[in-house]
Design a protein around this ligand. Sequence first.
Ligand code: NAP
Ligand code: MG
Length: 399
Amino acid sequence: MSKIQMTTPLVEMDGDEMTRILWKMIKEELLLPFIDLKTEYYDLGLEHRNETNDQVTFDSAEATKKYGVAVKCATITPNAARMDEYNLKEMWKSPNGTIRAILDGTVFRAPITVKGIEPTVSKWKKPITIARHAYGDVYKGVEIKVPGAGKAELVFTGEDGTQIRETIHDFDGPGVIQGMHNIDKSIESFARSCFTYALDTKQDLWFATKDTISKKYDHTFKDIFQEIYDAEYAAKFEAAGIEYFYTLIDDAVARVMKSEGGFIWACKNYDGDVMSDMISSAFGSLAMMTSVLVSPKGYYEYEAAHGTVQRHYYKYLKGEETSTNSVATIFAWTGALRKRGEIDGNKELMEFADKLEKATLDTIESGTMTKDLALITTLENVNAVNSEGFIKAIAERLK
Ligand code: NAP
Ligand code: MG
C-alpha cells in the first residue's frame, strides 16, 4: 500500500504524561502506517521546556505562524507540586496561554457526538460549539473591599491629563467594588476569529451579551461585532448560506436549550467559562471534545480539551492497566491533517482524516470503547478495553 504524501509539514507539539503515551501510540498505529507524515517536531514536555527555559514553546508558536497549522498534545501547567516533581528552574507559564498570546487566537470547543453517548438535553441533535473570548473582563478585574462610608468613583485620566469621572456609589457602610476592562483590539480579533471559523465550518454564529443593562461595556462588544460583520463578512455569510445573529444572553440561553444544535455560540470571557462546562458535561465528557485555537490571521492549532490525565499516568508507570480515552487526541490530529490538506489542496489527506474519524466513531458505536464511555453509554453488549486495545481496534477498522 502506498502512503499518502504531504507537501507541507504540520507543527507537532508533543506533551506530557498519559497523553504523551497516547500520542506515540496514535502516531505508530493510526498515522505512520498510512501517511508519509511530515512534521516539524517541538517537544513541549515539561522536562524539555525546563531545559530550554521555555524557549521551545515560543519557537513552536512562531513555527505555527510560518506553516499555519499545528497539532498539540496536552501539557502540564506547573504548580508548586510540579516544581519539586520535575525539579524546575522556574514555574513556567501555561503553554496554552503562551501560544494563545502569540497567535492572538480564540479557542473553539465542540463535543464529538456518537451514537450511544446521548446528550442530557434530548433535543440536541448536533454539536454546539463554544467560542470563548479569552481576554479581560472579570479575569483582569481590580477589586476593593470597601471598609465603610465614603464615595467610590471611576476615573479615567487621558495622556493629556483630561479626566472622565463617574460616581460608582455613595457608600453609607461597608461593601465591595470592582473595576474591569477590555480592549477594542482584542474584541476585534475575537470577532474576526469567530466569523472566520463560522465560514470555515459553515455554521451559524450566535453572539450574546447583556447590552440592555451594560449600555457602554457590553454594547461595545455588540457594536464591534456588527461593524466588522457588515464591513467584512456579510456578503461571505450570505454566499455560504449561514447567518450571524445577535441577541441578549438570557434569550440566547433559552434558545440554546430549545435548539437542535449545529451552531457556534460566541461568549464573553465569563459566559464562555461557565457555558463551556455546561455544554461539555451535557454532551458527555471532556474526553469527547475537540478544541481548536483559531487566530484572526487564519493560523490553527488543534488539541484535546482535557489535560494530561495524571492519575492514569501514575498507574501506567506502576505497570497497571489503563483505559484512557484517546478520541480527543485522535481528533486533534484529524483536525490538523484535514486543515493541512485543505490549505495544500491535498484531497487524499483530507479523506484520510474523514476515514480515521469514522473508524474511531464506528469502533465506539460497535461497542468497543474505553471505561469512561462504557460507564455512560446507552449501548448494550459493551466491550470495555484498555488504552492500547482501543487504538488497535481503530487501526483494524481503518485497515
Ligand atoms: P485531566 O487530565 O483533564 O484529568 C482529570 C480527570 O478526568 C482524569 O483523572 C480522568 O478521570 C478524567 N479524564 C480526563 N481526560 C480523560 C481521558 N482522555 N480519558 C479518560 N478519562 C479522562 O486533568 P488533571 O489530571 O487534573 O490535570 C493533569 C494535568 O493536565 C495538569 O498538570 C494540568 O496542568 C494539565 N492540563 C493541561 C491542559 C492542556 O494542555 N490543554 C488542559 C487542562 C489541564 P478519572 O481519574 O476519574 O478516570
Ligand atoms: Mg470553567
